[in-house]
Ligand binder design. Structure first.
Ligand code: PBG
Length: 327
């Protein structure tokens, strides 16, 4: 057969296949979500997220040490406060659940990166991500509260703050407040293109943050839209974001690719709770090979152009990289 082009030549041996890889993964690019529950002693499994735990304030270092044992060096923290109210005031309390967790982790593991989720839905008694007037989330009033939360996280020692509220102008508000308070070095990882997604279901159960009425469609993005994601990223970039994010990951790989191509800022993708829970459930039903599906989905996010990934599978993906199952 007179064939000049034979792509199979580069698939012939395992070593050549590895040489020919276009996407390379590293444990250094993985971020693990940690849930800290102020009311808890020790550690308790999260029913909606098999294999994940709530950590009490006394146990957050255990979560970090487990990460480090697998080579995972970064976390994003979510807090479950003891008290909620209409304006989420426990979110910026000096001795709030996140503020204390940050101090504890930094005292014991100063080099471990701490990113804090900056939002109000876990702290408000109505479960919305901002201040309500009637049934409307007030954008500009919410910004003041978010800025206060971010400053309190930075004051406790957080390396980065990650506003996940989807209010307009949130990055500018946080940047200004951080700088005014002397936290020029605290980076902002902006949840820039965050869609109003059904994939957050298991998280809301885990974080106790489901809205008590309505939904989040007046602030999170409509899944039909692509250009709007570019616009949201551009606004966050112009307002001073250090890292942009697309969330969820798996159903939005096209958006990840476009944002990666369009901006010169690092891009994070968040493989959210529903993505994790679906793989877990399918594996538990004996329908898929969990380890391989985990690897393939993570790989797809990096191939789409993400530079870093927040995932509940961070420790297992790090192991798979280490063991050469994925590269
Ligand atoms: C807070 C927040 C949510 C997630 C991250 N930060 C929930 C939401 O917007 O309802 C979802 C993460 C996940 O599903 O893993 N606003």
């Amino acid at each position: 057969m007179d064939l000049i082009n034979r792509p199979r030549r580069l698939r012939r041996t395992d070593a050549i296949r590895r040489l020919n890889r276009e996407t390379r993964l590293s444990a250094e690019a993985l971020i693990y979500p940690i849930f800290v529950d102020e009311t808890l002693d020790h550690i308790r499994p999260i029913p909606s997220l098999p294999g994940q735990n709530h950590y009490g304030p006394d146990s957050v270092c255990r979560a970090v040490e487990e990460c480090l044992a697998h080579g995972v060096k970064h976390c994003i923290l979510f807090g479950l406060p003891a008290e909620k109210d209409a304006c989420g005031s426990s979110a910026w309390a000096e001795h709030g659940v996140i503020q204390e967790a940050v101090r504890t982790i930094k005292a014991n593991h100063p080099d471990f990166t701490i990113i804090t989720d900056v939002c109000m839905c876990e702290y408000t008694d109505h479960g919305h991500c901002g201040i309500l007037h009637g049934h409307e989330v007030d954008n500009d009033e919410t910004l003041e509260h978010l800025a206060r939360i971010a400053v309190s996280h930075a004051a406790a020692g957080a390396d980065m703050v990650a506003p996940s509220d989807m209010m307009d102008g949130h990055v500018a508000a946080l940047r200004r407040a951080l700088d005014e308070n002397g936290f020029q070095q605290a980076a902002i990882m902006a949840y820039s293109a965050k869609y109003a997604s059904a994939f957050y279901g298991p998280f809301r159960e885990a974080a106790g943050s489901a809205p008590s009425f309505g939904d989040r469609k007046s602030y999170q993005m409509d899944p039909h839209n692509r250009k709007e994601a570019l616009r949201e990223c551009r606004l966050d970039a112009d307002e001073g974001a250090d890292i942009l994010m697309v969330k969820p990951a798996l159903s939005y790989l096209d958006v990840i690719r476009e944002c990666a191509d369009a901006f010169d800022l690092p891009l994070c993708a968040y493989s959210v709770s529903g993505e994790y829970a679906m793989i877990k459930a399918a594996a538990a039903a004996g329908l898929v090979d969990e380890r391989r599906i985990m690897c393939e989905t993570a790989l797809s996010v990096f191939r789409a152009g993400a530079n870093m990934l927040i995932t509940y599978y961070a420790k297992e993906i790090a192991d798979a990289i280490e063991q050469g199952e994925i590269g």
